[in-house]
Design a protein around this ligand. Sequence first.
Ligand code: NAD
Length: 292
Amino acid sequence: MSVVGFIGVGNMGGPMAANLIKAGMTVKAFDLSQEAVDKAVEDGATAVGSAAEAVLDADVVITMLPAGKHVRAVYEGEVIGHAKEGALFIDCSTIDVETTRDVNKAAAEKGFDMVDAPVSGGIMGAAAGTLTFMCGGTDAAFARAKPFLEVMGKTIVHAGGAGNGQAAKICNNMMLGIQMVSVCEAFNLAEKLGLDAQKLFDVSSTASGQCWSMTTYCPVPGPVPTSPANRDYAPGFTAAMMLKDMNLSQDAATAFGAETPLGARAAALYDQFCAEGSADVDFSGIIKMLKG
Ligand code: NAD
């Protein structure tokens, strides 16, 4: 059975590593947080003292880190120099496309296959092993990564070459961020017009206004009982995480010359929402700020 070096066993990486262990793999876990490592050990991982140690005899290296700077530092500083010949690298963090392509190139220059495989599905999807992986890399690298991703997820999409997994992730989440604002604005306008929220839901959830932010994650309490609006906007997916992803899409739009005026406006609104003290609130809670 494979040995996996897992770096970053936080809220997402922890349960993902646990699923690999359940499938019979040996996981060597490293994280800067002792609490995260302790939890991984409870789940059956072996704790190691550094990223370099985690990858020494690993067949596969998986990273689930906060941002591009962490991914670059971990791969360029420790992973590439210490991994055994032929090891496969899978970065599941959500980061910028440029860093992803740089790190992939640095790995390829030393003969390593690498896949960027950011996820959708959140902490519950990580625990249930039902994540969606959006993957970038060569056909050969993707084919090697797929069996491992299938242990942690349900839908595995090869989106193209290096960085295309990240591209798919940030384009998707830019749509999500904009659509949530649009749904919030519609419910706020409906209230002013004397239109009941449930009635708007009954119409729009089956009409041309329908989208995930309406039908699965409705930002008003009532129509979708499982949405965060029914638990005072406890996350879910925090506004801080949405802001991170919106900013990634805006940085990419600037770097690659794409016009995204609604993306820019939505990013500014989430920025304001976080600055007003709501960074840890579910992102659908922005409806309260938009009410004015
Ligand atoms: P987290 O903060 O819980 O976990 C990240 C872990 O990385 C932390 O435990 C931290 O200590 C560790 N870390 C940071 N730098 C390190 C280093 N140099 N070496 C070793 N460990 C290091 O975050 P998370 O919620 O697990 O998110 C991880 C990634 O997944 C992020 O890129 C995030 O955008 C993405 N993501 C999260 C969710 C979600 O719902 N939480 C959903 C989709 C994608």
